[in-house]
Design a protein around this ligand. Sequence first.
Ligand code: HEC
Ligand code: HEC
Length: 310
Amino acid sequence: MRKLLLLPLLATLPLAALAQGNLDWAYPKTPPAEPHDSVALKQVPGSTRKYTQAQIDDPFNPPDWFPNEHPPMPTSVARGTKPAARACAQCHLPTGDGHPESSSLAGLPVNYIARQMDAFKNGDRTGVRAAVMILIAKAWSDADIRAAAEYYAALKPTPGFNKVIEADRVMATYVGPGGMRFALTDGGIEPIGPRIIVLPDNPERASLRDPKSGFTDFVPRGSIAKGAALAAGANGRFVACTVCHGPTLQGLADVPGITGRPATYMFRQLNDMKTGARKGPGTELMKPIVEKLSQDDMIALAAYLGSRDP
Ligand code: HEC
Ligand code: HEC
């Protein structure tokens, strides 16, 4: 139904979306929530649990499809308290692989996660998609945040959950519930332009928050090789990413890993650090680099990083 309603808008969509500087693809605007079905019980492959869509989208008690496949979740990850202390698992999933409109958290350093929660609270992270995190970070106690940070830091990100494919053209898409992007049925295809278009591999399962249903980032052709050259320092234009993010870019001490993570999230962060929407002591180290990056460079870096194992 939603798809049909959107069709009249489509004629104007591709041009607007491709215009230089329009970053809606990286900062999807979450549409108003729709009424939830609290009757039909849904399932995902391999799980014996059943939830209604209303339960699946409950920010204070999100689904846990595979309770035996992760360590016990602390309260802040599993359950929230109204009005603002939402459970982390709703958006970052019990696995920490997360949805691309949010972020992955699995395997990030404990201190890094805790510092980011401070950054959301103290005004250092004000990016367009940070609004919900600012409310959440303010609502939980330091002890609850620490417990969530320790839980996610101990998890291993799932290789292959995020995949990168180079393409000249992509399916026409729209942003649906929760800020997730979906292909329009019969929407046709359009040039990819200077964008990363991320789609769930299985839209139905992703909507059910199935943590085993991953995502594919479609990126402009040539991005991965270009990103690899930039990551190596672009012939001495700036310091190679490995110097701080580790030899495999999977993280070093308190510096976060940056491979195999959602490419649109990576782009958003580079861009936020460039515009100043993300700042703070850690970000100072990134500044001399992001100042020299164009939007196309950041797309290429995000594509390259996303194409590597987490
Ligand atoms: C309603 C969805 C939602 C919930 C619930 C949520 N987050 Fe987030 N989180 C986001 C979004 C969206 C972003 C990306 C912000 C951006 O792009 O600037 C994010 C980003 C983050 C980041 C930054 C990751 C990085 O690599 O720097 C951390 C840390 C984080 N969240 C921790 C948490 C914790 C801990 C909880 C639970 C206490 C939580 N989040 C609950 C949506 C959510
Ligand atoms: C001089 C050290 C240094 C170098 C070199 C460096 N980074 Fe970083 N980077 C950091 C630090 C420190 C952070 C964490 C910032 C914070 O704490 O807010 C970071 C954060 C990031 C983030 C945000 C991660 C997240 O989870 O939100 C991205 C993306 C990133 N770096 C990409 C890169 C890329 C790409 C390169 C190479 C082109 C690079 N960095 C080179 C130090 C560095």
